[in-house]
Design a protein around this ligand. Structure first.
Ligand SMILES: Cc1cc2nc3c(=O)[nH]c(=O)nc-3n(C[C@H](O)[C@H](O)[C@H](O)COP(=O)(O)OP(=O)(O)OC[C@H]3O[C@@H](n4cnc5c(N)ncnc54)[C@H](O)[C@@H]3O)c2cc1C
Length: 387
């Protein structure tokens, strides 16, 4: 019998993870990526315990943890540096079976890429249309030599926030919405140790995450109208955060001009009624683009991929039931996390009213460490399916 064939649309973290999960279950995979080169732009990512367990299931845990830095203490501070809530990293590791980890996006992307056969990856391949079935799916794309068509037993839509597959197959779902905030990010060389921590001011947040190897990822977020840009984005961040507590001014001083990325934060405000249509399954931001407030977007994409691989392990005949099971396992959890991330943004970074900020900060200070940890562990406490 021929090996089953999957076409994965998009070579982001979700698409590469899905390709690897299926490849490890005996599928032939073809990844179509519209970009000319396979590289991940971006800065850092926090991988919570669930994401690390999912990467373990893909056999990539050791590579991702290589060069792991000492477990940094972390938590939430106010803009003056007073701790509102602290996380006991050792206790978290004990409860969840692994620590959380900061990783450069480019590093994670390279690790995923290198685990796949090079022949599986096609760049300059922009997917224009997909037919989901009923027998096999068909993908039409524009390659370097013109239009092409592929048929496949399974098509994985991992084409991100602005997913064309989602828009085509679920036209009733409105496009992603602006979530109210804009984020600036950079990964920089920084000699001093920093905690993995976020700091809140009125309608503003600054986060820092050690990446190991003398690198730190920082991000800043503000509630502001969308579509803005500054001639010098670093200067714009300095203007708003330059008088916050140490080491925020020092991190900004150590940031080279030109490396700061600016993104308006969008999310899929209307949840999809299914992640599956015929022989097509969506995953990652295509399925559930969420705000970054819980640091779970990429983590959920990797979880999706691992579950998809696990349910598709029995080949093509079992595919309809497998995809129904994928939807059953993934949609409630990822959509609940997307809702929680949006709420976390409203109550955290976006809170502006001084009285509300004071009440929130007092409530956080009074929350026992154990309860705070339970809150953080709520979504990070996930294990891949057995087998
Ligand atoms: C400011 C910010 C901070 C974040 N921080 C974190 C964090 O700390 N932890 C975390 O887990 N997540 C975080 N996230 C979320 C995370 O980055 C995303 O959820 C994740 O990268 C989504 O991966 P993906 O593969 O689904 O989509 P993408 O990374 O968007 O990949 C989609 C790919 O599909 C390709 N593509 C699109 N259309 C087509 C087409 N028609 N044909 C062919 N190819 C196509 C694109 O070129 C792209 O390569 C953050 C996001 C933001 C904006």
């Amino acid at each position: 019998m021929d090996e089953p064939h999957a076409v994965v649309v998009g070579a982001g973290i979700g698409g590469l993870s899905a390709a690897l999960a299926l490849h490890r279950r005996g599928w032939r995979v073809t990844v179509l990526e519209r970009a000319a080169e396979l590289r991940e732009v971006g800065a850092g990512l926090t991988l919570m315990a669930n994401a690390l367990h999912a990467l373990d299931a893909l056999g990539l845990g050791p590579a991702v943890r290589r060069g792991e830095h000492a477990e940094a203490p972390g938590g939430i501070r106010d803009r003056h540096g007073r701790w509102l809530s602290r996380v006991d990293g050792a206790e978290m590791t004990r409860q969840l079976g692994t620590t959380a980890l900061g990783v450069h996006r480019a590093t994670l992307h390279r690790i995923l890429r290198e685990a796949l056969p090079a022949s599986a990856l096609r760049t300059r391949a922009e997917v224009e249309h997909v037919e989901p079935g009923p027998e096999r799916a068909e993908v039409r794309y524009r390659g370097p030599d013109g239009p092409r068509t592929l048929t496949a037993d399974l098509v994985v839509g991992a084409d991100g926030l602005r997913s064309r597959l989602r828009a085509q197959l679920w036209p009733q779902i409105p496009a992603p919405e602006y979530a109210g905030s804009t984020a600036w990010r950079a990964a920089i060389a920084f000699g001093d140790a920093v905690p993995a921590a976020i700091s809140w001011g009125p309608a503003a947040e600054f986060g820092m995450v050690p990446l190991g190897g003398g690198q730190v990822y920082w991000y800043a977020a503000l509630t502001t109208p969308p579509g803005g840009h500054a001639p010098d984005e670093l200067a714009a961040v300095r203007e708003r955060f330059g008088d916050w507590h140490a080491p925020i001014p020092e991190l900004l001083a150590a940031t080279p001009p030109g490396v700061v990325l600016r993104n308006d934060i969008h999310h899929l405000a209307t949840p999809l009624p299914s992640y599956v249509r015929g022989h097509v399954a969506l995953l990652g931001d295509a399925a559930h683009a969420m705000t970054p407030n819980l640091g779970q977007g990429a983590g959920q994409a990797i979880e999706d991929a691992v579950v998809l691989g696990a349910v598709c392990g029995d080949g093509v005949d079992a595919l309809p039931a497998a995809l129904a099971e994928y939807d059953r396992q993934r949609r409630p959890r990822s959509q609940a996390i997307a809702r929680a991330a949006f709420r976390a943004g409203r109550y955290g970074q976006q809170l502006r009213n001084p009285l509300a900020v004071a009440v929130r900060d007092a409530a956080l200070r009074l929350t026992p460490a154990r309860a705070a940890l339970r809150g953080m562990a709520r979504y990070a406490d996930w294990r891949p399916p057995a087998g």
